[in-house]
Structures are given as structure tokens and as C-alpha cells.
Design a protein around this ligand. Structure first.
Ligand code: IPD
Ligand code: CA
Ligand code: CA
Length: 313
């Protein structure tokens, strides 16, 4: 049975208000995910390829109880259905297992994500309050990313910053694809254009870690089309506190409820927005052979390379 305490982790010594207590819960949740992964879990379907496991549900139930006990005046809003004390001034958005598809396949890249929104009295229901604390915990690498507003972002207690890469041509980028209504999503076109113009695009399968990796400079930017508040609340603050920028694809202010997200090291944000404009308008797209053109070219090359009586494989 895994159990973790706050004492031996240096983020507890930082000048934080909520992170030290919430980090203990994130580490305990992560330990439970490791235990489930070791035992193996069955998968169920929420949508066509939208998977859920007992690990998602058990860890959300644990975090719900633990947050309500640790922060008795806070509310909790979770991916697997938790809606508690939503009238409270502080509200946690939790994703107990971000990267369920990876987890279900034994691909060791997933995280616990917890973001705290401050909703001052009088704030209209349709308005966001500021995210004031965020934690993304990767239990397989024992990496805890944490931030509080105005106090910086940290990885296992050490300050982190976005990269200094000045242009897309030198950048490594991350993206993700939704597991629902995949046929409504145009992201593969964007994936192609970004791949042709950068050092490459990674699709690692956890939005929370994509944002945490943007915050610590492992990738220089990240975009995705269809996300929920629990996917991004924590990572949003990590990126901002690490010196990065977050907007919609048109440069607009990004709300928690907005589906699309573009996060970057700030330095390449303008260039990325220009590329989004071009791709949406169908301008300056990178030339690629169609599969049929490629097949014809391949056949022609094959005919030249192979003597007439050789066996076709
Ligand atoms: C998913 C992951 C994935 C992203 C999907 C999310 P889940 O979250 O963050 O990287 O591409 O859009 O839904 O379902 O594993 O919690
Ligand atoms: Ca998620
Ligand atoms: Ca999830």
C-alpha cells in the first residue's frame, strides 16, 4: 500500500498557501494510479474510443473526499462527475487521470491534475475567476509541477521557465486529439503544417503534461482543439507563472470553458497565430504528395530498379 507525506518534498518550503497540502493529495492519488497500473485494470467505453477505468473513478473519489476534508470551504468539480459546493469562493478542477488511453495501454505517460479557481463573491456565473494554484503530478517519473499565482512555477521544488527558442523553425511542439467526435476535428491538417515547419510535433496523450512541459521548456508550444476545464486549469497557471502565454487560436483571451488552447513560450506566439490564420484560410500550405501520387512515383521507381523477370514483393 502506498502512502506519501509532505515532509520530504521541497515544494513545501516555498511560500505557497494551498500547494503544500494539495501536493500531498496529488502524490497519494498518483501512488494509487501506480498501484492500479501494476495490478492492471479493465477498460469501459464512455464514447467511441473514450475510455474510462476503475482507476479514474477511484482516484476521483479519493481526491473529492480528501479535498473536501483538507479544504472544508472549497468546492470540487471533477471529470468523472464530481460537482460539490460549486457556490464556494474557491473551486478545484480535478482530472484524476489525465492520459487514460495511455494508462489503459500501459504507456507510462499520464498525470493527476488539480487547478484552484478563486471566485470572489459577486462574480457572475458566466465569468472566470483567476486560477490561483495548480498542480500536475506525473507518478511514473515522480515529477510534481506546481504553481501559485504571483509566486512562480516549480518542478519538484526547483523554479521552471518556458524555453527561449525564438522561432517555430527551431521549436518542438505538442498537440493532442480528442477521443470523442473524431470526425468533426480538423487537427490532422494543423499537425501536418506544424510538423513541416518545426523540429517536430509530439502527441504524447496528456494535455496536463503537455502544458507542464511547455512551462518547463521541454516543448516550446502546445495547441489543442477540444479540452475541458479539468484538463487545463492547472497547466494554464503553470505556463503563465513560468513566463509563457496562453490564448485562443485567434489570439483572444482564453476562458476556462473555451475549447481551444494555444500555449507557448511567448517568443513564438505571434508566429504561431500567423500560421493558424494561414491554415484556417488555406494559404501557404506545405506541399506534400498525395498517397496516390506517391504510389505512382514508387511504382515508377520500382520498375527502373528491378530487372523485368525479378519477383514482385
Ligand atoms: C485527454 C488527454 C489527451 C487529450 C484529450 C483529453 P483524458 O484526457 O489530455 O492528451 O488529447 O483531448 O481528453 O481523457 O485522458 O483525461
Ligand atoms: Ca483529461
Ligand atoms: Ca481524465
Amino acid at each position: 500500500m502506498s502512502h506519501v507525506t509532505a515532509q520530504n518534498h521541497s515544494e513545501d518550503t516555498a511560500n505557497f498557501t494551498w500547494v503544500p497540502r494539495a501536493a500531498v493529495l496529488a502524490r497519494e492519488a498518483g501512488a494509487k494510479l501506480r498501484d492500479f497500473l501494476a495490478k492492471g485494470v479493465a477498460t469501459e467505453y464512455k464514447g467511441d474510443v473514450d475510455i474510462v477505468t476503475i482507476a479514474d473513478r477511484t482516484v476521483e473519489a479519493y481526491l473529492r473526499e480528501a479535498l473536501l476534508t483538507t479544504f472544508p470551504s472549497h468546492g470540487v468539480y471533477g471529470e468523472e462527475g464530481t460537482r460539490d459546493r460549486l457556490e464556494a469562493e474557491y473551486r478545484w478542477y480535478i482530472d484524476p487521470l489525465d492520459g487514460t488511453t495511455n494508462f489503459a495501454h500501459g504507456f507510462p505517460h499520464f498525470a493527476v491534475s488539480m487547478g484552484l479557481e478563486h471566485r470572489p463573491p459577486g462574480l457572475a456565473a458566466e465569468h472566470d475567476g483567476p486560477i490561483v494554484a495548480g498542480i500536475v503530478y506525473d507518478p511514473m517519473r515522480d515529477e510534481l509541477f506546481a504553481a501559485e499565482r504571483g509566486k512562480g512555477a516549480f518542478l519538484n521544488g526547483k523554479p521552471i521557465h518556458v524555453s527561449k527558442v525564438p522561432e517555430l523553425g527551431e521549436a518542438l511542439i505538442a498537440t493532442g486529439f480528442p477521443s470523442r467526435k473524431r470526425h468533426d476535428n480538423p487537427n490532422i491538417h494543423f499537425y501536418q503544417e506544424f510538423t513541416l515547419r518545426s523540429h517536430g510535433v509530439r502527441r504524447a496523450g496528456s494535455a496536463a503534461l503537455d502544458l507542464a512541459y511547455t512551462a518547463c521548456g521541454r516543448v516550446d508550444a502546445y495547441w489543442e482543439f477540444k479540452l475541458n476545464p479539468w484538463d487545463v486549469a492547472a497547466g494554464f497557471l503553470l505556463v503563465e507563472e513560468a513566463g509563457g502565454m496562453i490564448t485562443g487560436f485567434d489570439g483572444s483571451y482564453r476562458r476556462l470553458e473555451s475549447l481551444e488552447i494555444l500555449a507557448s513560450n511567448q517568443l513564438i506566439h505571434h508566429e504561431l497565430l500567423g500560421l493558424f490564420r494561414d491554415i484556417f484560410a488555406g494559404r501557404n500550405l506545405g506541399p506534400l504528395p498525395s498517397p496516390a501520387e506517391y504510389a505512382a512515383h514508387r511504382m515508377a521507381r520500382h520498375a527502373v530498379d528491378q530487372p523485368e523477370d525479378s519477383v514482385d514483393l
